[in-house]
Design a protein around this ligand. Structure first.
Ligand SMILES: [Zn+2]
Length: 258
């Protein structure tokens, strides 16, 4: 089996040794590619470093809604020039109604500017959304970006069809294993199979008993497969192919070719 980890932050492992151990466990588990997202100008260089060191890492650069304050004047221009120098996606960007230190307008402005930049450069975007689903839908309708993925999708199942028609991929994490997250499991069942992605969000652990590291994608795939009533091999391959489709040309140099 081969796997695509559609969202993580492996640049944030505490040490080189921890990162190396996680990456070799991932390679041994069959993780062939992963989307590694920066969160603010302060970690973009680390994302570049891991993507140069590990061929499986597809870099994404963005200003995360939690870190808008770290976007010093000129950050958007820096992001633009970084994206012209590296085959990379845009992310992690988004809206967070539950953790908003700068006010809705500034958060939305940064999100829209980055989505527009992704569209202008023809890059995929990795999007975070918490407690802002109605507004997200309005902004996506307005910008009509390139393919974008809603990481750790937590919106309602009812919104899936329209978001999919606007180009969304839907990514699910180890939170599928959380007994309290029934809404998440309902949403998973509503996602068109050609738009399904799986992720670890490592090194974070977002479910009880979850182990950090991209190798954990095997457990996410097993959980998703059980919920979908399909063989794990099929779900792993499907989400791998969807990951390739989502990341498009920027991923070409990051796969282990057979
Ligand atoms: Zn993230």
């Amino acid at each position: 089996m081969r796997f695509f980890d559609a969202h993580n932050h492996v640049q944030a492992f505490g040490s080189e040794a921890a990162l190396a151990a996680a990456m070799s466990a991932a390679a041994a588990a069959g993780v062939e590619a992963m989307v590694c997202c920066g969160t603010s100008p302060t970690d973009w260089n680390q994302v570049i470093a891991v993507s140069l060191k590990y061929k499986s890492v597809i870099p994404f650069f963005g200003l995360h809604p939690w870190y808008i304050k770290e976007g010093a004047p000129g950050w958007l221009e820096s992001l633009g020039s970084l994206l012209t120098r590296f085959p990379a996606g845009v992310g992690e960007i988004g809206l967070d109604g539950g953790r908003n230190a700068v006010g809705a307008l500034r958060q939305e402005t940064a999100f829209v500017e980055q989505l527009q930049l992704a569209k202008k450069l023809g890059r995929p975007a990795a999007v975070h959304c918490v407690k802002a689903w109605g507004r997200l839908l309005e902004l996506v309708r307005l910008v009509k970006p390139c393919p974008f993925m809603l990481h750790s999708y937590g919106g309602p199942a009812e919104m899936v069809p329209e978001l999919a028609s606007l180009g969304a991929y839907f990514s699910f994490s180890g939170a599928l294993l959380d007994p309290k997250r029934d809404k998440l499991r309902r949403a998973l069942l509503a996602v068109p199979l050609e738009r399904l992605l799986l992720e670890t969000e490592s090194p974070e652990a977002d479910a009880p008993g979850w182990r950090g590291g991209p190798a954990g994608i095997t457990e996410v795939a097993a959980a998703a497969a059980a919920l979908l009533g399909r063989p794990a091999e099929e779900v792993a391959e499907l989400s791998y192919n969807n990951g390739r489709e989502f990341s498009g040309e920027i991923a070409l140099s990051h796969y282990n070719h057979d």
